[in-house]
Design a protein around this ligand. Structure first.
Ligand SMILES: Nc1ncnc2c1ncn2[C@@H]1O[C@H](COP(=O)(O)OP(=O)(O)OP(=O)(O)O)[C@@H](O)[C@H]1O
Ligand SMILES: [Mg+2]
Length: 245
């Protein structure tokens, strides 16, 4: 097979066709079609209650009632990060990272992952000794140590202060560069989406309402005026203007 043909026929990491989900007769996802190529960094925006977490849970394989005759394909190795770190309080940080992992190399990999997120030396700390940002970094280490083909993140920085959030953006991007999983990042934060992702989606009325490719090199600056144009388009798709009052 010629190389270009191979590339064209390479399956997407995530493929959704006609994905539907209702709760008590109320439609939340109404025929979502989406392809995420392997290694792409995608952000998903949408109003509260628009179905972002529902979509993410479906892709994660956590929702067995989804589809309604639709199609859902996702990679085998998927890691999920949530708004709270979900570390087990009775296990030390390294043991949390290693949870469910076996093999001779597990310990070394866990320590390496903690070093990658800047937590070298905190392996034996208890989760309640970590700050919110540190706990989220431990959660990222726990997901990365599994070498996921797809990283799903549901507002992973939503509970952090603004400064910590900016540091976490840089860290997530560095980790992505090093490991290149496909990423689906759910966020409320338009700036987070355009600074981090190469493609930003807006979920609206149960479907992908806007699918925007962000063509700016990395690392991106929050002050890049060209990012402002993307911001305006996304805010318009979300039905808000950036003017106050
Ligand atoms: N298990 C459930 N049972 C009943 N309704 C549900 C359930 N899960 C989600 N819903 C409903 O589906 C809709 C979408 O919820 P979802 O959590 O996906 O929204 P979201 O876009 O993630 O919102 P937010 O930005 O506030 O996190 C909401 O109206 C919610 O009440
Ligand atoms: Mg949600």
């Amino acid at each position: 097979m010629a190389p270009h043909t191979e590339q064209l026929t390479r399956p997407a990491a995530v493929r959704l066709r006609g994905l539907t989900r209702s709760f008590d007769g109320r439609s939340v996802l109404d025929g979502v079609d989406l392809d995420i190529p392997a290694g792409q960094f995608v952000a998903l925006l949408g109003h509260s209650g628009s179905g972002k977490s529902t979509l993410l849970r479906a892709v994660a394989g956590l929702d067995h009632e989804v589809t309604g005759g639709g199609e859902l394909t996702a990679p085998e190795r998927v890691s999920v990060v949530f708004q709270d770190s979900r570390l087990l309080p009775w296990r030390r940080v390294l043991d949390n990272v290693l949870l469910g992992l076996d093999g001779r190399d597990a310990d070394r990999k866990g320590r390496e992952a903690l070093a990658e997120v800047g937590l070298k030396g905190r392996e034996r700390a208890w989760p309640n000794e970590l700050s919110g940002g540190e706990a989220q970094r431990a959660a990222l280490a726990r997901s990365l140590v599994r070498e996921p083909e797809l990283l799903l993140a549901d507002e992973p920085f939503g509970a952090l202060d603004a400064l910590t959030r900016i540091k976490m953006h840089a860290l997530l991007r560095v980790l992505w560069e090093a490991h290149r999983p496909s990423v689906l990042l759910v966020t409320h934060d338009v700036d987070e989406a355009i600074v981090l992702a190469d493609r930003v989606l807006v979920l609206d009325h149960g479907r992908i309402g806007l699918d925007l490719t962000v063509e700016r090199p990395h690392p991106r600056s929050y002050r890049d005026p060209l990012l402002g144009e993307y911001r305006e388009r996304l805010l318009a798709a979300l039905g808000v203007t950036s003017d106050v009052a």
